[in-house]
Design a protein around this ligand. Structure first.
Ligand code: AMP
Ligand code: MG
Ligand code: MG
Length: 234
Protein backbone atom coordinates (compact mmCIF):
# COMPACT_ATOMS: atom_id res chain seq x y z
CA UNK A 1 0.00 0.00 0.00
CA UNK A 2 2.89 2.37 0.78
CA UNK A 3 4.10 2.04 -2.81
CA UNK A 4 0.67 2.99 -4.11
CA UNK A 5 0.54 5.99 -1.80
CA UNK A 6 3.97 7.08 -3.03
CA UNK A 7 2.70 6.77 -6.60
CA UNK A 8 -0.37 8.85 -5.72
CA UNK A 9 1.83 11.51 -4.14
CA UNK A 10 4.18 11.70 -7.09
CA UNK A 11 1.44 11.84 -9.74
CA UNK A 12 -0.78 14.32 -7.84
CA UNK A 13 -3.69 13.25 -10.02
CA UNK A 14 -7.18 13.71 -8.60
CA UNK A 15 -8.24 10.19 -9.43
CA UNK A 16 -5.19 8.69 -7.77
CA UNK A 17 -5.59 10.96 -4.78
CA UNK A 18 -9.12 9.59 -4.43
CA UNK A 19 -7.72 6.05 -4.54
CA UNK A 20 -5.26 7.13 -1.85
CA UNK A 21 -8.10 8.37 0.34
CA UNK A 22 -9.92 5.08 -0.13
CA UNK A 23 -6.80 3.12 0.78
CA UNK A 24 -6.26 5.30 3.83
CA UNK A 25 -9.81 4.62 4.95
CA UNK A 26 -9.43 0.88 4.38
CA UNK A 27 -6.13 0.72 6.20
CA UNK A 28 -7.62 2.51 9.19
CA UNK A 29 -10.94 0.74 9.18
CA UNK A 30 -10.00 -1.49 12.08
CA UNK A 31 -10.20 -0.66 15.75
CA UNK A 32 -7.17 1.14 17.10
CA UNK A 33 -5.53 -0.23 20.21
CA UNK A 34 -3.74 3.03 20.94
CA UNK A 35 -4.08 6.72 20.23
CA UNK A 36 -1.35 9.34 20.26
CA UNK A 37 -3.19 12.42 21.49
CA UNK A 38 -1.49 15.72 20.76
CA UNK A 39 -2.39 19.31 21.59
CA UNK A 40 0.08 22.00 20.61
CA UNK A 41 0.32 25.40 22.23
CA UNK A 42 1.68 28.11 19.98
CA UNK A 43 2.66 31.78 20.00
CA UNK A 44 -0.39 34.00 19.74
CA UNK A 45 -1.43 37.62 20.05
CA UNK A 46 -4.43 39.70 20.83
CA UNK A 47 -6.58 40.26 17.75
CA UNK A 48 -5.44 43.88 17.25
CA UNK A 49 -1.80 43.45 18.25
CA UNK A 50 0.44 44.96 15.50
CA UNK A 51 3.24 42.55 16.53
CA UNK A 52 1.25 39.45 15.59
CA UNK A 53 3.08 36.93 13.45
CA UNK A 54 3.02 33.28 12.44
CA UNK A 55 2.08 30.71 15.08
CA UNK A 56 5.09 28.77 16.32
CA UNK A 57 4.73 25.73 18.55
CA UNK A 58 5.88 26.42 22.11
CA UNK A 59 4.61 23.25 23.80
CA UNK A 60 4.67 19.83 22.11
CA UNK A 61 2.86 17.22 24.22
CA UNK A 62 1.79 13.75 23.18
CA UNK A 63 -0.04 11.11 25.17
CA UNK A 64 0.00 7.41 24.49
CA UNK A 65 -3.55 6.36 25.33
CA UNK A 66 -4.75 2.77 25.50
CA UNK A 67 -8.25 2.56 24.03
CA UNK A 68 -8.88 -0.92 25.49
CA UNK A 69 -7.64 0.00 28.95
CA UNK A 70 -9.06 3.57 28.81
CA UNK A 71 -5.86 4.85 30.36
CA UNK A 72 -2.75 6.87 29.67
CA UNK A 73 0.28 4.60 29.24
CA UNK A 74 3.05 7.10 28.61
CA UNK A 75 3.54 10.72 27.58
CA UNK A 76 6.01 13.07 25.93
CA UNK A 77 6.22 16.78 26.70
CA UNK A 78 8.71 19.29 25.40
CA UNK A 79 8.71 23.08 25.52
CA UNK A 80 9.85 24.65 22.27
CA UNK A 81 11.80 27.83 21.68
CA UNK A 82 10.15 30.13 19.11
CA UNK A 83 12.58 31.46 16.50
CA UNK A 84 10.56 33.81 14.29
CA UNK A 85 9.16 35.78 17.25
CA UNK A 86 11.33 35.00 20.22
CA UNK A 87 9.37 37.10 22.72
CA UNK A 88 6.03 35.77 23.92
CA UNK A 89 3.19 38.26 24.07
CA UNK A 90 1.58 38.92 27.43
CA UNK A 91 -1.62 37.54 25.88
CA UNK A 92 0.14 34.25 25.02
CA UNK A 93 1.64 33.80 28.47
CA UNK A 94 -1.69 34.53 30.11
CA UNK A 95 -3.57 32.15 27.80
CA UNK A 96 -1.17 29.22 27.99
CA UNK A 97 0.54 29.79 31.33
CA UNK A 98 3.87 29.33 29.53
CA UNK A 99 6.54 31.83 30.57
CA UNK A 100 9.32 33.45 28.56
CA UNK A 101 11.86 31.60 30.68
CA UNK A 102 10.25 28.24 29.89
CA UNK A 103 10.50 28.75 26.13
CA UNK A 104 13.99 30.27 26.41
CA UNK A 105 14.99 26.97 28.04
CA UNK A 106 13.16 24.98 25.37
CA UNK A 107 14.60 23.47 22.20
CA UNK A 108 14.03 24.47 18.54
CA UNK A 109 11.21 22.59 16.81
CA UNK A 110 13.63 20.49 14.74
CA UNK A 111 15.30 19.18 17.90
CA UNK A 112 11.92 18.64 19.51
CA UNK A 113 10.84 16.55 16.53
CA UNK A 114 13.94 14.38 16.89
CA UNK A 115 13.28 13.90 20.61
CA UNK A 116 9.65 13.06 19.84
CA UNK A 117 10.65 10.44 17.24
CA UNK A 118 13.06 8.95 19.77
CA UNK A 119 10.24 8.65 22.31
CA UNK A 120 8.06 7.11 19.61
CA UNK A 121 10.75 4.52 18.94
CA UNK A 122 10.81 3.75 22.66
CA UNK A 123 7.03 3.19 22.90
CA UNK A 124 7.09 1.23 19.64
CA UNK A 125 9.50 -1.23 21.23
CA UNK A 126 8.00 -1.24 24.70
CA UNK A 127 4.27 -1.40 23.87
CA UNK A 128 4.30 -2.69 20.29
CA UNK A 129 2.80 0.55 19.00
CA UNK A 130 2.64 0.60 15.21
CA UNK A 131 1.97 3.81 13.32
CA UNK A 132 2.77 5.17 9.87
CA UNK A 133 4.66 2.83 7.62
CA UNK A 134 4.51 0.03 10.20
CA UNK A 135 1.37 -1.57 8.75
CA UNK A 136 -1.05 -2.81 9.89
CA UNK A 137 -1.33 0.17 12.24
CA UNK A 138 -2.69 -0.29 15.73
CA UNK A 139 -2.27 3.41 16.52
CA UNK A 140 -3.15 6.80 15.05
CA UNK A 141 -2.83 10.46 16.08
CA UNK A 142 -5.87 12.11 17.64
CA UNK A 143 -6.41 15.84 18.13
CA UNK A 144 -9.17 18.24 19.08
CA UNK A 145 -9.83 19.77 15.61
CA UNK A 146 -7.60 19.59 12.54
CA UNK A 147 -5.69 22.75 13.48
CA UNK A 148 -2.76 21.10 15.29
CA UNK A 149 -1.46 19.05 12.36
CA UNK A 150 -3.07 20.55 9.24
CA UNK A 151 -2.32 24.18 10.10
CA UNK A 152 0.09 24.61 12.94
CA UNK A 153 2.63 21.79 12.48
CA UNK A 154 2.49 21.49 8.69
CA UNK A 155 2.90 25.22 8.05
CA UNK A 156 5.66 25.69 10.60
CA UNK A 157 7.60 22.72 9.22
CA UNK A 158 7.26 24.14 5.74
CA UNK A 159 8.47 27.61 6.81
CA UNK A 160 11.43 26.16 8.70
CA UNK A 161 12.26 23.48 6.12
CA UNK A 162 11.74 20.70 8.62
CA UNK A 163 10.70 17.41 7.06
CA UNK A 164 7.26 16.50 8.37
CA UNK A 165 7.50 12.82 9.35
CA UNK A 166 5.22 10.55 7.33
CA UNK A 167 3.34 9.47 10.48
CA UNK A 168 1.64 12.89 10.55
CA UNK A 169 -0.23 12.29 7.27
CA UNK A 170 -3.38 10.95 8.92
CA UNK A 171 -5.19 11.44 12.18
CA UNK A 172 -8.56 11.48 13.96
CA UNK A 173 -10.21 14.83 14.59
CA UNK A 174 -12.08 14.11 17.83
CA UNK A 175 -14.19 17.24 17.40
CA UNK A 176 -15.43 15.96 14.01
CA UNK A 177 -16.29 12.53 15.48
CA UNK A 178 -18.05 14.22 18.40
CA UNK A 179 -20.09 16.52 16.12
CA UNK A 180 -21.11 13.62 13.89
CA UNK A 181 -22.06 11.22 16.68
CA UNK A 182 -23.91 13.63 18.97
CA UNK A 183 -25.21 15.77 16.10
CA UNK A 184 -24.24 19.03 17.79
CA UNK A 185 -21.24 21.33 17.60
CA UNK A 186 -19.67 21.64 21.04
CA UNK A 187 -18.28 24.86 22.54
CA UNK A 188 -14.68 23.79 22.62
CA UNK A 189 -13.17 20.83 24.44
CA UNK A 190 -14.51 22.16 27.73
CA UNK A 191 -18.02 22.32 26.31
CA UNK A 192 -17.80 18.79 24.88
CA UNK A 193 -16.67 17.39 28.24
CA UNK A 194 -19.40 19.31 30.05
CA UNK A 195 -22.10 18.02 27.70
CA UNK A 196 -21.10 14.47 28.64
CA UNK A 197 -21.04 15.28 32.34
CA UNK A 198 -17.24 15.31 32.59
CA UNK A 199 -14.99 17.89 34.19
CA UNK A 200 -11.85 19.38 32.72
CA UNK A 201 -8.93 18.40 34.95
CA UNK A 202 -5.89 20.66 35.16
CA UNK A 203 -5.31 23.93 33.33
CA UNK A 204 -7.02 24.81 30.06
CA UNK A 205 -4.53 25.74 27.29
CA UNK A 206 -1.75 23.77 28.95
CA UNK A 207 -1.03 21.42 26.04
CA UNK A 208 -0.43 18.37 28.21
CA UNK A 209 -3.64 18.93 30.21
CA UNK A 210 -5.62 19.61 27.02
CA UNK A 211 -4.31 16.32 25.57
CA UNK A 212 -5.14 14.39 28.78
CA UNK A 213 -8.66 15.79 28.76
CA UNK A 214 -9.07 14.98 25.07
CA UNK A 215 -8.17 11.37 25.97
CA UNK A 216 -10.68 11.47 28.82
CA UNK A 217 -13.36 12.61 26.38
CA UNK A 218 -12.40 9.85 23.93
CA UNK A 219 -12.81 7.26 26.70
CA UNK A 220 -16.39 8.39 27.30
CA UNK A 221 -17.17 8.63 23.57
CA UNK A 222 -15.93 5.08 22.96
CA UNK A 223 -18.05 3.80 25.87
CA UNK A 224 -21.04 5.48 24.21
CA UNK A 225 -20.47 3.65 20.94
CA UNK A 226 -18.31 6.05 18.93
CA UNK A 227 -16.07 4.15 16.49
CA UNK A 228 -12.55 5.58 16.25
CA UNK A 229 -11.86 6.09 12.55
CA UNK A 230 -9.39 8.20 10.63
CA UNK A 231 -11.12 11.48 9.70
CA UNK A 232 -8.34 13.54 8.19
CA UNK A 233 -5.23 13.24 6.05
CA UNK A 234 -2.70 15.47 4.32
P1 AMP B 1 -5.73 25.35 22.64
O1 AMP B 1 -5.34 23.96 22.28
O2 AMP B 1 -7.19 25.60 22.67
O3 AMP B 1 -5.05 25.67 23.94
O4 AMP B 1 -5.15 26.32 21.54
C1 AMP B 1 -3.95 26.09 20.86
C2 AMP B 1 -3.33 27.39 20.45
O5 AMP B 1 -4.27 28.16 19.69
C3 AMP B 1 -2.93 28.30 21.59
O6 AMP B 1 -1.65 27.99 22.12
C4 AMP B 1 -2.91 29.65 20.89
O7 AMP B 1 -1.77 29.80 20.10
C5 AMP B 1 -4.12 29.54 19.97
N1 AMP B 1 -5.33 30.04 20.64
C6 AMP B 1 -6.22 29.34 21.37
N2 AMP B 1 -7.19 30.13 21.85
C7 AMP B 1 -6.90 31.38 21.42
C8 AMP B 1 -7.53 32.65 21.56
N3 AMP B 1 -8.66 32.82 22.26
N4 AMP B 1 -6.94 33.72 20.96
C9 AMP B 1 -5.82 33.59 20.25
N5 AMP B 1 -5.18 32.41 20.06
C10 AMP B 1 -5.70 31.32 20.63
MG1 MG C 1 -5.85 22.43 21.17
MG1 MG D 1 -4.23 23.39 24.04
Amino acid sequence: MEKMLDLARSLKCTEIINVRKELTEKSTNRPFKYLLVIDFEATCWNRNDPDRGYSEIIEFPCILYSVEGNKIISYFQQYVMPIENTKLSKFCTELTGISQQTVDNGVPLKTCMMLFLKWLEHIRNKYNVSIGKFVPNNCIFATWSDWDIRNCLKNECRRKQIVLPEIFTKWIDIRALYTKHYMRRPKGLLGALGELGLEFEGRQHCGLDDAKNTAKLVGRMVSEGVILKCTSCL
